[in-house]
Design a protein around this ligand. Structure first.
Ligand code: ADP
Length: 446
């Protein structure tokens, strides 16, 4: 334990002076004692300085009121002062009581805070100096890295901007890094590919529609012009009008098909369901197609494995569905071939199969045949006059979907095709009291 004592002595009864006592031979006590003494001030109760070390003098004199306050305080008073160089000192002011003279003496000792404050000061300086540097470096690095990371994104954006209706074949090159950006690019490219396919189909469709509409219009116009300038008899005029009407009928079929499909796809075409027996419906349609089938030397059969198959269906749409499937089957089956419609029932589902022994559909086309405007084009189908608009099967698919059913297709090129439609039969077999539609007229497929 380090100790230092202070005594105030009176030599001549007038002058007081302090005597510091500590063991000079003890290095610890000696260093502590001299440190305390080196920053000290001793004053009497009137505030007169008895002794002040030079270091304490540089802190400035203590105020008399302050000295009096300390002399009256039972506890030491702590404070802080700075010397002329701004070095801070911690000051402890208290008093010592001399029992001989019964007097109190003010004793203030100080300790420089320079050493203890220095690390904090240095640290503060370091922080003040380093923070802007770190922020600046961070900003520069962030800018560089963000720039590097964003370059491919900008590349994607630039390519995307260049893509328009006329150059949908453009693709963004994949960087090969296998990261999220590559996946984004691949997804983007796939999206463009889908858009390109659709775009091409629509473009092709516009061309086809114009062509399909122009041909009958030109023919009608030609027939009417010829009749106007050359016909002389009533029969000649009559022939021209009959032929023109046939072409006008084709025109209205095309327009009707387009209108119906757009209504179906925009939800404007609502089903008008009624209780129907599919055996009777299918039988009727097959009957209507006997004449065109014979015309193409194709055998057309209807096989029903059930006596009745009743459910709630829209008659017009079911007729349209069967007509489209049958007209395709007959159209793509060569002379001598067979087309069969087979009806069966599995619990609460009706199954209608339209099978043919025709040219079939190759596997690369099969997944697309239900797409709008999709037509199989190939060497086997060179500019056929019966080429259609590629709308029939998309309409069939819509009708099946609208009835809550499913459709699938199996085909083998050169051997034949089989479309299988499954339709839910909502309830049991109620009495069927509907008149069969008139036979004989072939429904025009759309
Ligand atoms: P479209 O209305 O022009 O006949 P579809 O949508 O009905 O068009 O048919 C699409 C394509 O599917 C047709 O171009 C045809 O090549 C093919 N296709 C449809 N049914 C058959 C079938 N039974 N046999 C062979 N090809 C078929």
């Amino acid at each position: 334990m380090v100790k230092a004592y202070l005594r105030i002595v009176n030599d001549d009864g007038k002058n007081y002076h302090p005597i510091w006592t500590y063991d000079h031979n003890d290095p610890d006590e000696n260093s502590a004692g001299s440190r305390v003494q080196s920053v000290s001030l001793i004053a009497d109760s009137d505030g007169r300085v008895i002794e002040a070390s030079p270091s304490y003098q540089s802190l400035g004199a203590d105020n008399t009121n302050q000295i009096r306050a300390v002399l009256n305080s039972p506890q030491a008073v702590w404070g802080e002062k700075s010397d002329t160089h701004g070095v801070p000192y911690l000051i402890r002011a208290s008093y010592v009581y001399d029992e001989d003279s019964h007097r109190k003496y003010y004793v203030a000792i100080g300790m420089s805070l320079a050493d203890s404050r220095k690390p904090l000061y240095d640290f503060t300086l370091l922080i003040i100096g380093l923070v802007p540097l770190v922020i600046l470096t961070g900003c520069i690095m962030g800018w560089i890295f963000a720039g590097r990371a964003l370059t491919p994104v900008l590349e994607v954006a630039r390519t995307a901007q260049r893509i328009s209706g006329s150059n949908l074949s453009l693709r963004i090159p994949v960087r090969g890094a296998g990261d999220e950006l590559d996946r984004l690019i691949e997804t983007f490219n796939q999206m463009i590919e889908r858009i390109e396919i659709n775009f091409n189909q629509v473009r092709q469709f516009s061309t086809d529609v114009s062509h399909e509409l122009r041909t009958p219009i030109t023919v009608v116009r030609g027939q009417l012009e010829v009749a106007l300038f050359t016909a002389q008899t009533v029969d000649q005029y009559r022939d021209a009008i009959v032929n023109s009407l046939a072409d006008i009928e084709r025109l209205s079929q095309i327009v009707r098909a387009l209108l119906l499909l757009s209504q179906a796809e925009t939800g404007q075409l609502l089903l008008q369901k009624q209780r129907l027996d599919l055996v009777e419906v299918a039988d009727n349609i097959v009957d209507q197609f006997q004449i065109p089938a014979e015309g193409g030397e194709v055998t057309l059969e209807f096989i029903s494995r059930v006596a009745r198959c009743a459910g709630d269906f829209d008659r017009v749409q079911i007729d349209r569905m069967l007509s489209n499937l049958l007209s395709n089957a007959i159209k793509f089956t060569p002379a001598g071939g067979v087309v069969r419609v087979i009806l069966d029932r599995y619990e609460d589902q009706a199954e209608i199969r339209v099978e043919d022994t025709g040219r079939g559909i190759s596997p690369e086309h099969l997944p697309h045949i239900f797409d709008r405007f999709y037509r199989v084009r190939g060497p086997s189908e060179p500019a056929s006059p019966e080429k259609g608009l590629g709308l029939g099967l998309s309409f069939v698919a819509w009708i099946v979907r609208a009835h809550g059913g499913t459709i699938d297709v199996q085909s083998e090129p050169g051997k034949g095709t089989s479309f299988r439609v499954r339709l839910p039969l909502e309830s049991g077999l109620p009495p069927i009291a509907e008149a069969s539609p008139a036979h004989g007229e072939v429904m025009k497929p759309v």
